[in-house]
Design a binder for this molecule. Structure first.
Ligand code: ADP
Ligand code: MG
Length: 763
């Protein structure tokens, strides 16, 4: 290699200049373009190279560092035109015979005296150890004594070992790395310098080196992340918004006076926080978490009314048309005459509530748009796509985003652009968010939590049933039938619609997403993007089992089953709801279900969030093992919302006991859901089972994954993130631009550069 070039190399150097075009082109396919990119391609595992074959057993996978004693190319006895390379190597104590069918490469590499790592399945022949066409890597002097070998995710046709070799070249070339973390912090946390950490993670000499390296790299990740978030928050706090203090004797007071129930303590406290935020000109930026049924809508509505009382408008954005329409109905119902501004029978202080959906008639839409633009409508409800793209508002003061924790920074920014001054923003989610995720993904927002449920809620009992058992299923349908006979209603949920399901993309509203095979990073990201925190299928091990399992029951199959093969449900009025119905039809089905004209609604997960029909008491989830834990919790939250107790059945074709007599993981997960109704506990459990890769899916699919080392489910890392957050706050307190820490500022700019949006996107 060109020495001079090497001396000048740094993290920004191109891999092409360091490794040559061929290798660089392959690495570029994984988005690895610069030396810095490659250095962050951390090993996914490590192998201990055994120097001794003493403990070797037949059939075991062997990784051994050995020296070539002899190597001969010889014809195959049965087919003299074919040739083999036969080599004998030794690890110092034992000789091992190797055979390679393609002899050209190995014959060139494995000359006597060469030291290499060999890996393959060990066997014996005539009392001698053998490896047939093993993988091997010739050992350079620099790693001659390396006994812990990194294993990299391969990139295209570059194997782990080839990447390891490339890594060695790059590590040698770049020399010292600049340390972006202020010395004081490095010292205080007892960390090693960054160069050492990067070296040790790729070329550890002892297992303890990995601990040292990881501590540092984890901290770095946490610090970049938190510095970005805190910076964003401090910058936003300097925005000039509009104070919306409300007024005495206005809509809000009239609303409170007419409210048929007392607010819960939590609703009252959070309500006061929001009122306080809205009264300030600093734009509010809050995440409201509240378990299913905790009464977030009332809290949001009260905030909206305060804004209307201050002369502004509020937009309520729902993820689906079904939810938007339901919100409009319930907002109108609970506001009564207060929503009939300017109309006969409307109250004096009343405003108007308009709904905007993609499927409304052109006429109705024009009217709604004009009321929004003129300011006559104080409250505009719709799906966010629609409102973001088409609506002009006279004076947007507050945006409430319901059930959409994925509502990201980008979307928030787009909305801001709609108003002359940034509006207040309230994001609501019923999927409880583990603390670590709240700190990382939502770190730029204040949070508020509604923990208690309104009084008088009925308990929900959850049963896990075996879908393959006729008896269990008959009993389950019997419970549904009895509920219907008693005047109640039920949901039957399936993961997919029918035979010609479109690939995801159209399926934003329904459908679980099958977990991609392990190690398929891009796929995990893509799936995550379609999906929310809870909507992933099962973890990897189940996914593989899933591939062999028959398809999950489709909506149409389930409907068929209920109509033709379930005598218990004879005469029961069934309805079908899924994301591919036209908006009007969806709405009509929901209305009929809400009005009690449909007894059993067979649906996809369109009903997952927010749907509120208090008379529904039974929830049946078919193939429940294919849903995420949080998603099941959401689905279960659709029942038990009224005075009647709820029952939830989680049905699964997985056998309750595996071949070995153990309870399969899939079944355990369902039992975890059945075992508690505490959404926060389930969210933590979910994170543990699925890992942060899935939870952060969308934000991690960018060119460079930002969270590689941190384990959001690990309590120690959660602490670390909290510490890094405090550090970031200290650094930025009087220096938002990081003027005193130019290296950190540069690093931040570099890492967040092209994918800051993707990275921070999940809001
Ligand atoms: P979620 O937090 O899941 O969005 P909702 O806002 O839909 O919950 O509220 C669920 C139901 O509880 C609604 O029917 C709502 O009217 C009712 N509700 C809200 N607050 C209270 C309260 N303080 N007391 C009694 N019922 C309430
Ligand atoms: Mg809700």
């Amino acid at each position: 290699m060109d020495r001079e070039g090497a001396d000048r190399a740094g993290p920004g150097s191109s891999l092409r200049s360091l490794l040559g075009k061929r290798t660089a082109d392959v690495l570029a396919k994984a988005g690895l373009v610069t030396a810095g990119d490659l250095l962050e391609w951390y090993p996914r595992d490590y192998l201990e190279a055994r120097l001794s074959t003493a403990r070797l057993r037949e059939g075991e996978h062997l990784v051994v560092v050995a020296e070539v004693l002899k190597a001969v190319v010889a014809p195959v006895r049965s087919n003299p035109r074919k040739k083999l390379l036969r080599a004998t190597v030794t690890d110092g104590t034992t000789e091992i015979d190797l055979t390679f069918f393609s002899h050209w490469g190995p014959a060139k590499d494995l000359t006597p005296g060469t030291l290499a790592v060999f890996s393959g399945r060990a066997g014996t022949f005539n009392g001698r150890w053998q490896l047939s066409h093993p993988d091997y890597q010739v050992i350079q002097d620099s790693v001659r004594h390396q006994q812990i070998l990194p294993v990299y995710r391969s990139v295209d046709r570059l194997t782990s070992w080839q990447i390891g070799t490339a890594m060695g070249i790059v590590l040698d070339a770049v020399g010292e790395l600049e340390d972006p973390v202020p010395d004081e912090l490095v010292r205080r946390h007892g960390l090693c310098d960054r160069t050492t950490a990067v070296r040790l993670i790729h070329q550890p000499r002892a297992w303890g080196d990995l601990t040292t390296a990881r501590s540092r790299l984890r901290y770095d990740e946490a610090l970049v992340l938190q510095t970005a978030l805190v910076q964003r928050r401090l910058t936003a706090a300097r925005d000039e918004g509009t104070a919306r203090p409300g007024r005495r004797g206005g809509l809000l007071d009239a609303f409170d006076a007419a409210l048929p129930f007392p607010l819960t303590e939590g609703q009252r406290v959070v309500g006061e926080e929001l009122a306080h935020d809205l009264a300030s000109p600093v734009p509010m930026h809050r995440l409201l978490q509240g378990d299913v049924g905790s009464g977030k809508t009332v809290v949001a509505l009260r905030a909206m009314l305060q804004v209307v009382d201050s002369g502004g408008q509020a937009a309520l954005l729902a993820p689906t048309e079904v939810l938007a329409a339901q919100h409009e109905r319930s907002v109108r119902a609970i506001m009564g005459p207060l929503a009939e501004g300017g109309l006969l029978g409307g109250a004096d202080e009343a405003t108007r509530v308009v709904l905007l959906t993609g499927s409304m008639s052109a006429d109705a839409r024009r009217r709604a748009l004009s009321e929004a633009a003129s300011g006559q409508a104080g409250i505009v409800i719709g799906t966010h796509a629609l409102i973001q793209e088409h609506v002009q508002l006279a004076d947007l003061g507050l945006v409430v985003v319901d059930e959409q924790h994925r509502f990201g920074v980008e979307q928030r920014d787009a909305l801001r652009a709609k108003a002359s001054r940034p509006p207040h923003v309230l994001v609501m989610t019923a999927t409880p968010i583990p603390r670590s995720v709240a700190m990382t993904v939502f770190g730029d927002m204040e949070t508020a939590i509604l923990r208690e449920l309104p009084a008088g809620r009925s308990p929900i009992t959850t049963h896990v049933v075996h879908q393959g058992s006729g008896t269990w299923m008959a009993r389950m349908w019997q419970v549904v039938a009895e509920a219907v006979a008693a005047g109640r209603q039920a949901y039957v949920v399936c993961g997919r619609i029918g035979d010609n399901d479109s690939p995801s993309g159209e399926e934003t509203e329904d459908g679980f997403v099958e977990a991609p095979p392990e190690g398929v990073e891009g796929a995990a990201g893509a799936a995550g993007a379609e999906d929310d925190l809870g909507a992933r299928g099962h973890e990897g091990s189940d996914a593989r089992a899933g591939a062999r399992r028959p398809d999950a029951m489709s909506l149409l199959q389930a409907y068929d089953l209920l109509v033709h093969a379930t005598p218990q449900l004879e005469g029961v009025r069934l309805g079908l709801l899924h994301g591919r119905l036209a908006g009007d039809d969806k709405d009509a089905v929901m209305r009929r279900f809400a009005a009690g004209e449909i007894d059993v609604l067979v649906a996809t997960t369109v009903i997952e969030v927010g749907v509120d029909v208090p008379n529904a008491t039974v929830m049946v989830v078919l193939d429940a093992d294919r849903f995420g834990i949080s998603q099941l919790h959401q689905l279960r939250g659709r029942v038990g919302r009224g005075e009647h107790a709820g029952t939830c059945f989680l049905a699964s074709t997985v056998e309750p006991t595996g071949d070995d007599g153990d309870v399969p993981v899939a079944w355990q997960r369902l039992q975890a859901v059945a075992g508690t109704t505490d959404g926060f506990a389930l969210a933590e459990h979910d994170l543990e089972l699925r890992g942060e890769g899935d939870v952060l899916g969308a934000s991690q699919s960018g060119r460079r994954r930002r969270i590689r080392m941190l384990r959001l489910a690990d309590p120690r890392d959660v602490e670390l993130i909290a510490e890094a957050r405090e550090d970031a706050q200290d650094l930025l307190r009087d220096d938002v631009g990081l003027a005193a820490h130019p290296r950190l500022a540069a690093w931040l700019a570099d890492t967040l550069d092209d994918e800051s949006a993707a990275y921070l996107e999940r809001g």
